[in-house]
Design a protein around this ligand. Sequence first.
Ligand code: AMP
Length: 357
Amino acid sequence: MNSSKIIGIIGGGQLGQMMAISAIYMGHKVVTLDPTADCPASLVSDMIVAPYDDVDALRQLSARCDVLTYEFENVDADGLDAVIKEGQLPQGTDLLRISQNRIFEKEFLSKKAQVKVAPYKVVTSSLDLEDLDLSKTYVLKTATGGYDGHGQVVIKTSDDLAAARQLANSAECVLEEFVDFDLEISVIVSGNGKDVTVFPVQENIHRNNILSKTIVPARISDQLAEKAKSMAVQISQKLNLSGTLCVEMFATDDDIIVNEIAPRPHNSGHYSIEACDFSQFDTHILGILGEPLPPIRLLSPAVMINVLGQDMEAAQAFLQENPTAHPHFYGKLEAKHNRKMGHVTVFSDVPDSVEEF
Ligand code: AMP
């Protein structure tokens, strides 16, 4: 029996590249759709070079592949629905629609999955910001299109209201109460349409709203870690999850609050390539193919640090000094400021001793 499949990936960045590497190890072939011919996935897969929303290119990808997946959530869900064959996208397009819009996402998380989110309300114009109780702090976020803190205004005092009103009048928004968290954490979970498997809880440290360092296991109590994992499982079960999902959360001293979900492998799960017996990319591929999923074991406490464009020299110096560190570079040609060029994973149970670049 030939169980080798042709997997089509929409998006050829580092996530697509690492998905493709896992797929290749398992004997599959990969075709990637990306507008950039020399994108990271081009090193390890066949390419269809076209914009993500090019319907002819999506149709071509669908015709060439057994199974399709995506590496990012801003894929045109209607366009995909129009071209894919029945059952060809195991993750489905509903999950895309939920994670593309914070209003749908909050509603799904709080009402359907019934996990705790920060108190929120939908804001359709600046009128919805009148009579705000400014004894509390809020974050106003655009419903669509925001990322890494873009499209967000923190409202602490009346001085912040002008910027908030401007944002509220420019786009539909969600107004959330500010969570006074101890740590930001995330949990990776993968499903095969029936069962799910869950990774250890990760602690995430951001710099300028970009993930800088992930520490595993997260420095929270066992009780909170179990709660975070069971919330991630609960969310994935409500989605009949296929493939990998990341649930981003806040840990307070006695509770876990879900912030958002990403329906794909996530930067905070990269440590799993070396520090777990299966990576988030392995379980993504197994999951979308409907294969049995292994329970995940953490082989060693680990720290992952991102290498941004401005960090390339510091990263090379670090690797010279630390030959046991695991280097990953994605093959991007231009090292632009804040561009994710690679990451380094270090096995360590003294996370503070591993400094960011
Ligand atoms: P997001 O785009 O929702 O991931 O938000 C970007 C960052 O803003 C998060 O990683 C947090 O550091 C911060 N943030 C977002 N929402 C809240 C909130 N409700 N309370 C406190 N901090 C938040």
